[in-house]
Design a protein around this ligand. Structure first.
Ligand SMILES: CC(C)(COP(=O)(O)OP(=O)(O)OC[C@H]1O[C@@H](n2cnc3c(N)ncnc32)[C@H](O)[C@@H]1OP(=O)(O)O)[C@@H](O)C(=O)NCCC(=O)NCCS
Length: 170
């Protein structure tokens, strides 16, 4: 699977069986179908699915709040990891959020989740603080990360480079 060939689409209820299967494998407290449907119906949310050969191989969700986009979740199916799927999803959700007026991106990430932190650092996100005991059920701390001026030319150029690097070599 090549990340450049993955399609990124708005998440629909038709994706939910696959999305919930990926969610169950990634998180100790997966979301219920009711919660997913509620989230998909909200105007202030952006949910995107990554599709490869008609299979959902990842998804991202974000909350638009005034000038900020808050990434709520991003997950790649185990068999599709380290092929740029999450990078594609981040590129598309940030692009869509900037199109809707976002100027900054933020998220929380488990202190122990160095894989996700590496991904977010690639997107210029820097740690800005810690929320003590943020995560259920174990009370792990969350690192809060931000990138600002995401609508400005330098950040957009950085995104263009990330996108270019996903293209297969000619
Ligand atoms: C974190 C996660 C979404 C990354 O998805 P992915 O599709 O594998 O990510 P990408 O292939 O786009 O990786 C981009 C870069 O992120 C970093 N990265 C991703 N996974 C990593 C890992 N396991 N270890 C170290 N760095 C990692 C690397 O810099 C990577 O680039 P490289 O492969 O060229 O070295 C995925 O591991 C996942 O679903 N984890 C479980 C759910 C989760 O923790 N979500 C985040 C919640 S805040």
């Amino acid at each position: 699977m090549n990340a450049a060939a993955v399609r990124i689409e708005p998440m629909t209820v038709e994706h939910l069986d696959a999305v919930m299967d990926i969610d169950r494998r990634a998180y100790p407290v997966p979301w219920s179908r009711h919660l997913w449907c509620t989230e998909l119906g909200r105007d202030d949310r952006l949910y995107l699915s990554a599709i490869s050969d008609d299979d959902v191989v990842g998804y991202i969700g974000a909350l638009l709040a005034l000038d900020d986009v808050h990434i709520l979740t991003v997950v790649t199916a185990p068999a599709a990891k380290r092929r740029g799927v999450a990078t594609r999803l981040m590129l598309d959700v940030i692009g869509a959020a900037v199109g809707r007026g976002a100027t900054a991106v933020t998220l929380e990430v488990r202190l122990s989740n160095t894989a996700a932190q590496s991904l977010y650092k690639r997107f210029g996100m820097v740690p800005a603080g810690v929320r003590k005991g943020y995560y259920a059920p174990d009370g792990e701390d969350a690192v809060v990360m931000w990138a600002r001026d995401i609508d400005e030319a330098p950040y957009q150029a950085m995104l263009a480079t990330l996108a270019h690097n996903l293209e297969p070599a000619a």
